[in-house]
Design a protein around this ligand. Structure first.
Ligand SMILES: [Zn+2]
Length: 246
């Protein structure tokens, strides 16, 4: 008798495989990040197609396959249609998915991570997607054990007061400790305030956060510095967002 498994997940990536198949990278609640094979989905008559939309939240029925588990049933829980039709949101969703795929190890289920990914898709669909990915970057670092110290100077431990700070991996330096430091990035007071807000603002209010162009740039550079701890190479989709000025 064939064994069927039911999983619930978010589709992060899909690529063509063999003549008419696709391989999907899915972050599932039950099994963590897995790769599954969807057979025949490039044929127009495939009944699976509507259940395996990129970036959607879906329920899958899997059975054992030779190389990968085979998808035998799929039904969409939440489609997030703008992530496939709106160019800007799609570009940000691609970046979020590439980041997640790079950082997360295979087959290690984590409920907090599952919830974060689902929230991120929701935010990408509904609010300024720039905020959604910055929020993801910070929370993802925390969940991977790379939390950032934002309350006190990483070197002398003094509370962070003032209007200019210096960002280094793992935290922030006060003005005094930042003298002569290299390899970090300037961090404005506004950027620091927004970073802190990411930890306490309820998700449905995240869209209300306002940040200036200067603050945006500072925050983006600072998070990029933090991501270097977990990424071994630059992400193409991040460069794309920058080049397109999205
Ligand atoms: Zn200090």
């Amino acid at each position: 008798m064939e064994q069927y498994q039911h999983v619930n997940g978010i589709i992060l990536r899909s690529r063509d495989y063999k003549e008419a198949d696709q391989l999907l990278t899915v972050y599932t609640r039950e099994q963590g990040k897995i790769t599954v094979q969807a057979r025949g989905v490039k044929k127009t008559a495939s009944r699976l197609r509507s259940g395996i939309l990129l970036f959607s939240h879906t329920s899958l029925v899997l059975t054992a396959g030779k190389a990968f588990p085979i998808v035998t049933g799929a039904s969409t829980e939440t489609a997030f249609p703008l992530l496939r039709s709106d160019f800007t949101r799609m570009s940000y969703a691609s970046y979020a998915a590439e980041l997640l795929d790079q950082v997360i190890a295979d087959s290690q289920p984590d409920e907090d991570l599952f919830v974060l990914i689902l929230q991120t898709m929701y935010l990408l669909e509904n609010i300024n997607p720039w905020l959604a990915v910055r929020h993801l970057e910070l929370r993802l670092l925390e969940l991977q054990g790379y939390g950032i110290q934002l309350e006190h100077c990483l070197q002398c431990g003094a509370p962070l007061h003032g209007d200019r700070f210096y960002g280094v991996q793992g935290g922030v330096l006060c003005r005094i400790c930042s003298h002569g430091q290299q390899g970090g990035s300037a961090l404005t007071q506004e950027a620091l305030a927004v970073l802190k807000a990411f930890s306490y603002i309820p998700m449905h209010r995240l869209g209300w956060v306002h940040i200036s162009g200067e603050g945006r740039q500072s925050l983006e550079q600072y998070l990029e510095l933090q991501l270097q701890q977990v990424l071994s190479w630059r992400l193409k989709s991040r460069d794309f967002l920058k080049n397109m000025n999205l």
